[in-house]
Design a binder for this molecule. Sequence first.
Ligand code: ADP
Ligand code: GLC
Length: 491
Amino acid sequence: MGVRILFLSSEVAPYSKTGGLGDVSGALPAVLAKRGHEVVVVTPRYATVPTEGLSLRGTLWLHFPFGAQWAEVWEVRAGNLRTLFIRQPAYFDRGGFYAEGGVEYTDNHRRFAFFSMAALSAAQMLGLCPQVIHLNEWQTCLAALALKRGYESTPLGQAKTLLSIHNLAYQGIFPSWAVEELGLPWELFSPDGFEFWGQLSFLKTGLVFADALSTVSRRYAQEIQTPEYGFGLEGILQKRAGVLRGILNGIDSKLWNPATDVFLPARYSREDMSGKEVCSEALLERFGLSSAPKRPPIFGMVSRMVEQKGIELILGAIPGLVEAGARVIIIGTGEGRFEGALREMAQRFPQQVGVFIGFDETLSHCVEAGSDFFMMPSKFEPCGLNQLYSLRYGAIPVVRAVGGLEDSIIDAGVEGGEQTSTGIKFGEFSLEAFEGALRRALGLFKKPKLLLGMRKRAMGKDFSWEHAAKEYEALYESLLGAGEDATSAGR
Ligand code: ADP
Ligand code: GLC
């Protein structure tokens, strides 16, 4: 059965991306459309969105207590996938998506209330009649409330809503005066509504008002119901556990394929790995790192530079890795304190540590291909896509056993692990535990046969979107009452 889906996201690759949300929103709707569903994606038109191929579908006006504002609706079609862009230059034509120079925009509540409402108005203007409205992250959450309060007697209001949580650390919390500014109902400013410790929470609005919830791995779906990972929302998540499901993200296996990847200096596959060595040498050269006297083990990382990603453990572990003769190559952007500390590491060890601060798609592929090991010592990780790319590129993931990292990587330590392992995992979030895992990686590098075996197993894993798409399909259908009951599905 084909489902009519309206998919809202504040970033959609290749038009906009700060992290995995962009990848997911660029890939999942396309796969669903290919599988016969009618999918319409709605996203802001940022300065990064090219004008070619877009056509104007109409202009609408939105009225908020803070003022009236127009939005143009632009569209691009690819097969039966339609993408709508909401254009309002004052909000979206800026230097960043959510922040600039490390400082969040002060009107993000207005920008994303505007986006959410404009997305619904655009759907109405174009006569769309979605059965499922799939929301992503806090930026889209006010739509869940609007559909229940305001749209309930319209065709759009009959759609079921699914909210996908990609990262509970980002909640869209604003001072209480934002309730007034956005014209939200004050009676919902309570613990059972959108109030969160005296403030307005966009994410909580979605958690309360969406018909179903999902997150991006099974493990994370469990974790967020505990105080350790719940960011204060564990109570409401426990309450809604019956409609919460974990679906592991997939990867775009065309874009991330070492056998065809145009970003790489050489291509390779499980059958012929010789190109990987070319990629490793090129990567060392790109960063001016020495490979004398013999080719050293290369530890890579591509990441947002934020607390979540365990950068403090990376910083702590670098001197030991250098001491052991390894090379470390890191690319990323984020908090200034982490960027600065990593730059210092590169200055301290110019022959052994390479750091690039910035966002560079090509380089991110080259790091996956050139690395022997890929580090993700995350404090928490809802899913993580880089470890999945690493598997595909034969860069053995060294990961902390949390969230999607726990669900996607098999450690040699488990029963039968010698034949099934695809990576190295550690448990406790401590330098000691991480260094233990790195020592295992260094040991593995000295056993080329074992390493090659693990690489080939990793590269043979199939994490393509088809699997996840089927799970979303089942979830949509259960929401529409066609399949099993949404409240018991997947639990
Ligand atoms: P998160 O969404 O928490 O940032 P994921 O592992 O799910 O983590 O996804 C991160 C995505 O962003 C990957 O596609 C990764 O390659 C990309 N990425 C992160 N930082 C950079 C960077 N500096 N340059 C290029 N790509 C990056
Ligand atoms: C978030 C998470 C990451 C996940 C991505 C896409 O940014 O931090 O783990 O893979 O969203 O769902």
